[in-house]
Structure formats: C-alpha cells, structure tokens
Design a protein around this ligand. Structure first.
Ligand code: ATP
Ligand code: MG
Length: 418
C-alpha cells in the first residue's frame, strides 16, 4: 500500500515532466493567439453541480464520480470534467456582466472511477476551453481550429474531425419521440443500459458501444434530419466556417457526446493511431448550461482534450519532443578548498539564472567527470590546487573537447554572454 499509488493513477516523474511542460507551453502559446485566458477552479465542487451540469443520465454521474462527505457532511465531488466549474465561476463572479464573449482555458486533473486501460485512468488531465456569451457558429469553429492548431504545433498528423448537431430543446423533444417509436419495436434486443436510457435520454442509445445494440442503432433516425430552422442554419454555418478555415471534416450523426448539457454542435477529434480510446478531444455547444445553473440565458461552447491521450498519440507517431535542458557547467573539484570555491561560483551563476551544478555525494574526480558526461553538461569546470593558486578555472567544452582557462571572476560573464 505505502509504495503503490492508487489504481488508475500515475506519477509523472522528473524524467518525463519536460514532455508535459512542452505540451503545456504549446497550449499557452496557442490559447494566447486565440485570446483565451486561463481559469483555475477548485478540484472539488458541490456534488449537485455535476449532477445538474453533467447530467443525471450520464455514465459520469451514474457510475464514475468520486463523491465524498466532508467533516460537516457536505457532499463534495472531485471534478470529473472542467466545464461545470468554469460555468459556476462565470456565474458566481458575474463574468456575464463583462464584455462578451468570455474566453477561458484550463489545464486540470480530472477524476473518474473507470476501469483503467491504455488512455483511460482514474486521475487524468484535461486541457479545455470555454467561450461563454457567443452564439455564433464562428466560435464553434474557432475552438475546433484552436485544438487543430495545437496538434499541428506539436507535430501531430492524421487527425480527423467529426461533427454533428444534436438540436436544441425546441426540436429535440419531437425527435426523441420519433427515435423512441423506432426503438420501441426492438427494445427487447437492446442492452440493459439502453433500456434505461430509452425513457430518460434515448439519444444516448446512439452512443452505445455494445455489440448487440449495433443492428438497431444502425438504422435509427438521425437528429440531423429533424433540426429546427435555427439549429439547421447554425449547422450550415459551422460547415461554412470549417470550409473557410480549410478543415476537412466528416458528419457523424452518431456522435451525441457523453454530457447532457450539449445543444446544437457536437464534435470529436479522433486519432487512428491509439487504438480503442481514439477520441482525443470532444466538445460542442451548451447553450442551456449557464441558465441551468441559475445564471442568465447565455450560450456556451467548449471542448475537453485528454492530455494522456495526446501523449499516446505523440508516442505512437514517433514525434520527437525537446529534450530537457542540460546543465551549462558542472564543477569537478579536487579537495575541500576547491569544493568551497566551486560552491561559491555555482551560487553566483545560479543567481544569474545559469544552470550549474557540482557534486554532493562525495564522488571521486573520475566519477565526477563520468557524471558530468552522463548528464550531458555542456561545460566542465575543474578546480584543483593549481587552479586555486592561479585564480582560474580549467574549462572544457564537452562537445568539442576545447579547453581554456577562465578567471574565477570572469566566469559569470563567460556564461551570460553565450
Ligand atoms: P470516452 O468516450 O473515451 O470515455 P468521454 O466522452 O467520456 O470519452 P469527455 O467527457 O468528452 O470524454 O472528456 C474529454 C476528453 O477527455 C476525452 O476525449 C478523452 O481524451 C479524455 N478522457 C476522458 N475520460 C478519460 C479517462 N478516464 N482517462 C484519460 N482520458 C480521458
Ligand atoms: Mg467516458
């Protein structure tokens, strides 16, 4: 127990954090260009927020939430996704009173009690964006473009965009009835989960992965054929803006998304290189959410992008990511006095932001050199009796083998000028 992390969680170790930081830096670069600013919300929220915001009929709420009572008997839940908290903050801080739209992004851990497998964990990380207060289809495509731009900057290829529209509270009820009368004939052949969905949220049946349900799902009527005037014209606009942005896309009438609060546009970005868990990014419009939480009637649109899955795609496509920065100078010392001198110089260089280091475990001179080599130090600075007497450092450039003497007092200049 004490030496094993809980099931479904993963440590991100010092030798791999540079990959995460590279992704995060790229996210910050891309979101900046699109005018999205970071929001940080608590890791836990009142359970009801997710019950209302994610939806009672979703897998997340029914099976996957980490819910607990705190010492004052409040029911709290670790965030399973990022949108509900962002929408709550938008209302709580009256961001709807600011100039609209409010465009935000987050990078956050999420928690879902699921069966762990490749690309599926109990603690995982999402990068997400939310734009509140913008009803127009251009913003739906703006966020798809933002995600695609991130993938492009990271060097990822072969992603496909799938879009659909799931209508709105005006046109969906009639479609639901239509779908239900189609499904009613074959209700017995559907899985138990789908039987439950039949009453509460029949649309979700289209999303079922169970083998036995597929023949029925295949011929089901599509929401796309039942959109009202407003949703239909919004969908046409989405397609037009996708074309203007130069993105290929497929219309997939089976995408309904896992969360209840979606209206109109839903989309997924899929990678064929990571097997079953192929959805890297999923999102869409949720015009009813802010009002559902007691805020004004404000539209919203956003996506969630799984960072573990993004890393799997990078790995599977053999994309070379930057290596961690090597040490600029490693001091090799002979004797106590030399160690003190090196410590003084390291101290000075670090103060100036130069990555410099020295031995702290009592290695022999030979082993210190070996260590410097192994860690890829760019320079090795040796200090022994002679160097102390001369007030100069024997500096060796590791790549070229070039050696020179540099006065202790000039060492800072040497490094900040290169
Ligand atoms: P899936 O169908 O794969 O379960 P989902 O519809 O539940 O996905 P969303 O709620 O839309 O996923 O979350 C957005 C993204 O977060 C997903 O596309 C995926 O990349 C990532 N994600 C979701 N659940 C997990 C998980 N348990 N572990 C790792 N990544 C996840
Ligand atoms: Mg899921």
């Amino acid at each position: 127990m004490l030496s094993k992390a809980p099931k479904g969680t993963k440590d991100i170790l010092p030798q791999e954090t540079h990959l995460w930081q590279h992704i995060e830096d790229t996210i910050r670069e891309v979101t900046r260009a699109y005018g999205y600013r970071e929001i940080r919300t608590p890791v836990f929220e009142h359970t009801e927020l997710f019950q209302r915001g994610v939806g009672e009929t979703t897998d997340i709420v029914q099976k996957e939430m980490y819910t607990f009572l705190d010492k004052a008997n409040r029911s709290l839940t670790l965030k399973p996704e990022g949108t509900a908290g962002a929408a709550r903050a938008y209302i709580e801080h009256k961001l709807y009173a600011d100039t609209q739209p409010v465009k935000m992004y987050y990078i956050t851990p999420c928690y879902r009690y699921e069966q762990p497998q490749a690309g599926r964990q109990r603690e995982f990380h999402q990068f997400g964006v939310e734009a509140f207060g913008a009803p127009q289809a251009s913003v739906d495509v703006e966020i798809i473009s933002l995600a695609m731009n991130l993938f492009k900057k990271l060097g990822i290829k072969d992603l496909s965009v799938k879009i659909n529209s799931i209508g709105c509270p005006k046109c969906r009820p009639a479609y639901h009835e239509n779908l239900k009368s189609y499904l009613a004939k074959d209700l017995d052949s559907l899985c138990n989960t789908c039987k439950e969905r039949f009453e509460k949220n029949p649309l979700r049946i289209l999303d079922c992965k169970a083998e036995g349900c597929q023949p029925v799902i295949k011929n089901a009527p599509h929401m796309l054929d039942h959109l009202c005037e407003e949703c239909s014209s919004h969908f046409e606009d989405v397609k037009r803006f996708l074309k203007a942005a130069g993105f290929d896309y497929n219309i997939d009438p089976m995408i309904v998304r896992g969360l209840d609060y979606y209206t109109k546009t839903v989309f997924e970005i899929i990678s064929d290189s990571i097997g079953a868990q192929s959805t890297v990014c999923g999102g869409g419009r949720y015009d009813g959410l802010v009002e559902e939480f007691g805020g004004p009637n404000v539209p919203g649109v956003g996506f969630g992008l799984g960072l573990e899955r993004l890393l799997l795609v990078l790995e599977s496509q053999n994309i070379k990511l930057p290596e961690p920065e090597p040490c600029s100078i490693y001091f090799v010392t002979v004797g106590k006095e030399a160690r003190e001198k090196a410590f003084e110089l390291v101290q000075k260089l670090r103060g100036l932001g130069v990555f410099s280091d020295m031995d702290h475990v009592g290695r022999s001179v030979k082993a210190q050199f070996k260590y410097a080599n192994k860690t890829g130090a760019r320079y090795v600075g040796t200090i022994g009796e002679d160097e102390l007497a001369e007030g100069k450092l024997a500096l060796r450039e590791m790549d070229t083998g070039k050696e020179e003497k540099v006065a202790f007092k000039d060492i800072a200049d040497f490094f900040i000028t290169r």
